[in-house]
Design a protein around this ligand. Structure first.
Ligand SMILES: O=C(O)c1ccccc1NCC(=O)[C@H](O)[C@H](O)COP(=O)(O)O
Length: 218
């Protein structure tokens, strides 16, 4: 199972979370977020990871291809998560600009119709991320989406379940939704951008109990 921990701001926390078993770390490149990091802050975290096998995903919303490309280069990112209202055409242009980089499209799910909207992106993105809808915030809200909507969700591409996941509810989420990957941010934090390593460790312990996650050394 793919496990992305998002909203990393500190080098020592990024390295510790990768060591605990995260397969991807997310960096919030949205200036209005309390978890916002600059390109150089991302680079400092990435340097602390040394050769650890972990994906490095920049999270953007409604910005330009030029800004994304610059952050990918400076921050040595392996993936770009688009978390705003980016069109199919924008994703296609980004794919052409960054052919080697994973493109994830986040869809904020309010109703079943949003899931067909998600499928429309399939030809041009690698991975879908389903997050909760919030009227005033784009992400990191701690709100869950209606997992009942996802029981039959099988888009034919990799996807991540996000939105309000915590060490407390992760076993229920996996049992109900059976996602191929998960994404957590506020559920493993002390405050925005400050990850709680005890909560991250508890998450991986709970994931092992589900049987759907094996530690990398296993
Ligand atoms: O986390 C943010 O502050 C954020 C701000 C603007 C756009 C996206 C943002 N986060 C994107 C993520 O991938 C979060 O991990 C995802 O929304 C889940 O967050 P949470 O409900 O706190 O687990």
């Amino acid at each position: 199972m793919r496990v992305k921990i998002c909203g990393i701001t500190k080098p020592e926390q990024g390295a510790a979370i990768a060591d605990l078993g995260a397969t991807a770390l997310g960096f919030i490149c949205v200036p209005t977020s309390p978890r916002y990091v600059t390109d150089l802050q991302i680079l400092r975290v990435v340097q602390a990871l040394e050769a650890m096998p972990v994906d490095r995903i920049g999270v953007f919303a409604n910005t330009t291809i030029e800004i994304i490309c610059q952050t990918v280069e400076v921050g040595r990112l392996t993936g770009v998560q688009l978390h705003g209202g980016e069109s199919l055409e924008f994703c296609d242009r980004l794919r052409q600009a960054l052919p080697e980089v994973e493109i994830l499209k986040a869809i904020r799910v309010k109703a079943a119709t949003d899931l067909s909207k998600a499928r429309d992106y399939l030809p041009v993105v690698d991975t879908l991320l389903l997050d909760a809808y919030h009227p005033g915030l784009l992400g990191g809200t701690g709100q869950t989406l209606d997992w009942n909507l996802l029981k039959q969700f099988n888009p034919g591409c990799p996807w991540l379940l996000a939105g309000g996941l915590t060490p407390e509810n992760i076993q229920g989420a996996i049992a109900q939704v059976k996602p191929p990957g998960i994404d957590l941010s506020s559920g493993v934090e002390r405050s925005p951008g400050d990850k709680d390593l005890a909560k991250v460790a508890e998450l991986f312990f709970k994931l092992q109990l589900t049987g759907s996650y094996l530690p990398q050394s296993a």
